[in-house]
Design a protein around this ligand. Structure first.
Ligand SMILES: [Zn+2]
Length: 224
């Protein structure tokens, strides 16, 4: 199973979990056409789309998938905090995050990947998870990189995950099962992707990537 990043950040988020026969789209902040091209127009393999929240950089193009008859999971449209969907061999559980609008993370299980955690956008994650094999997590900014006098300082620091919060979460959810971590939604400003990868690498003993358009990561349950 591959994770493919078609976009990560405020200009549009979209990730695809893809193997030979199935594809799960995470976030629809990039036009459907871009997703179709990425899949060589083999759209019948898209088993579903999951969307964390209503902001355009995550949800703008969801309707285009629906028009094509693809199921779209929008847990933020329901009052239920936890919901489950089964799309193909993916079993997807939602859990609430901390953002300025209702927002949800996903625990995605597939026989090829084990437990994959996806969480963006959120100030922190209030749950602990056991035996995660892959963690896809927002690492938006470092407070050390925001100028003290920046007018938007408090806005930037609300509703998105700071490097130290990410490190704390990873320490608390680390396990021998962990195979990789991918840092998502790294801000264009107030961030340093290379430094973030280095800092995260000090906390967990597996490969770490910063998501950017074009990134592909193998999420199989291969032994090291
Ligand atoms: Zn948002």
């Amino acid at each position: 199973m591959k994770l493919r990043c078609l976009g990560s950040g405020s200009s549009g988020n979209c990730y695809i979990l893809e193997n030979d026969s199935e594809a799960l789209v995470i976030e629809a902040g990039i036009p459907f056409m871009v997703g179709k091209k990425a899949l060589d127009f083999n759209i019948s393999k898209i088993v579903g789309v999951v969307i964390s929240h209503s902001h355009g950089d995550h949800a703008k193009y969801a309707g285009e998938y629906e028009k094509a008859g693809i199921p779209v999971f929008r847990p933020y449209e329901s009052d239920m905090e936890r919901q489950v969907r089964t799309y193909g061999k993916f079993v997807i559980k939602s859990f609430p995050l901390i953002h300025d609008v209702p927002c949800f993370g996903f625990l995605i299980e597939h026989p090829e990947t084990g437990k994959v955690l996806y969480a963006s956008d959120t100030e922190y994650i209030k749950y602990r998870f056991r035996d995660l094999s892959h963690i896809l997590i927002e690492c938006n900014y470092s407070k050390d990189l925001i100028p003290e006098d920046a007018v938007n300082r408090s806005h930037v620091m609300t509703g998105h995950m700071e490097l130290q919060t990410v490190l704390e979460f990873l320490r608390a959810n680390n396990s021998p099962a962990l195979r990789s971590a991918v840092l998502l939604h790294v801000s264009a400003r107030n961030s340093d992707p290379e430094e973030f990868v280095t800092e995260v690498g000090k906390v967990i003993q597996c490969p770490v990537w910063a998501a950017e358009k074009g990134l592909e990561v193998d999420l199989d349950l291969m032994p090291f």
